[in-house]
Design a protein around this ligand. Structure first.
Ligand code: NAD
Length: 331
């Protein structure tokens, strides 16, 4: 089997590459290293089954030849931060929408047998129902969410029009070793682990009672590989979550340390919580890593975040100015 992973030098991508190589696949990675890090694949250096191509999926001619003979495509490459998507929507549109178009067309031309798209639970915005089913209304709250949704629509349209064998999997709050440490203020784990390493208080948003469906990265890799291998997944949109939802206060309790509070942001839900009954009943998939074990494993790898930026309430206020400016308006 030959698989291609776009975004394979990133957080989820590199774990997917590990899982595919462990299954004996030949693996082709396409990544432009915009937020990914070659070090994420260092432990696979010299593996003759892995080839890494530094290329931009937004440039069709850079990637076309790389899909020959590929059985499965895991399309994970995307720009994936909230604030930069508000500041630089064109870059997000190019990587996430044009890029997805190019990956679809290259895959179709090469006759790949299956494509799995990394969609995002951010398409639900602030949903009405928890746990949130796939049938919930789509309400993107910022350009990142919109571009990921547009990518999903392209993928599903290619299935509808061309019979292209694609699946869209909607990830909820993925965490685990190698989660992004790019300069951008982003997901809570990277922020808190750098603060822990530097003995600084955790910058908890609001009162910390908001909850997230924190899903461990190896469970995500396992879900998308399961989806690729099962015909029942073709043409489906499926949530992938942990089966629970955990408060930020609980996370702090597990990490241990002091807290400082920062203001709540507009457009963010108080809860994310996937209804995973669809992927469970269609594919028999279920998550394996408990929140407690996942956090313990992050702590075991905490040195990774020594290079991560250290945030405090002032630098966060500065970094999120545009978030409040554009999303905080009435109406
Ligand atoms: P990441 O930033 O670690 O990985 C994305 C990878 O894509 C990076 O290696 C980056 O260099 C690469 N990339 C970006 N633009 C590219 C381009 N134009 N050409 C080639 N490569 C490009 O982020 P991640 O958390 O691993 O996210 C992987 C995928 O999962 C993304 O599609 C993201 O939208 C989706 N997702 C992630 C989460 C999460 O909680 N982390 C949740 C929902 C969906």
């Amino acid at each position: 089997m030959k698989s291609l992973v776009t975004g394979g030098a990133g957080f989820i991508g590199s774990h997917t590459v590990d899982a595919l190589l462990a299954l004996g696949h030949e693996v082709v990675v396409i990544d432009n290293l915009s937020t990914g890090r070659p070090q994420n694949l260092d432990h696979q250096k010299g593996n003759p089954k892995l080839s890494v191509h530094v290329a931009d999926i937004a440039e069709a001619e850079e990637i076309e030849g790389l899909f020959e003979g590929v059985d499965w495509v895991f399309h994970l490459a995307a720009l994936a931060d909230i604030v930069p998507s508000i500041q630089h929507p064109r870059a997000y549109y190019r990587s996430n929408v044009d890029g997805t178009f190019n990956v679809l067309e290259a895959s179709r031309a090469a006759g790949v047998k299956r494509l799995v798209y990394a969609a995002s639970s951010s398409c639900y915005g602030i949903p009405d129902a928890y746990p949130t089913p796939e049938t919930a209304e789509v309400r993107p709250e910022y350009p990142y969410a919109l571009t990921k949704w547009l990518g999903e629509e392209l993928v599903m349209h290619w299935h509808k029009i061309y019979g292209f064998p694609a699946t869209s999997t909607r990830f909820f709050n993925v965490y685990g070793p190698r989660s992004r440490t790019s300069g951008t203020y982003g997901a809570v784990f990277g922020v808190f682990l750098a603060q822990k390493l530097n003995h600084k208080p955790y910058t908890v948003v609001g009162d910390g009672t908001q909850t997230r469906d924190f899903t461990y990265v190896t469970d995500i890799a396992n879900a998308i590989i399961t989806a690729a291998g099962n015909d029942a997944a073709i043409g489906q949109r499926m949530n992938v979550g942990s089966g629970g939802t955990y408060s930020i206060n609980r996370l702090v309790e597990l990490l241990g340390g002091e807290i400082t509070y920062i203001p709540k942001r507009p457009g963010e839900p108080d809860c994310t919580y996937a209804d995973t009954s669809k992927i469970n009943s269609l594919l028999g998939w279920e998550p394996k890593v408990s929140f407690e074990d996942g956090v313990a494993n992050m702590l075991a790898h905490i040195d990774y975040w020594r290079e991560a930026p250290l945030w405090d309430p002032n630098s966060i206020a500065e970094a999120t100015k545009d978030w409040f400016k554009y999303l905080g308006k009435e109406g």
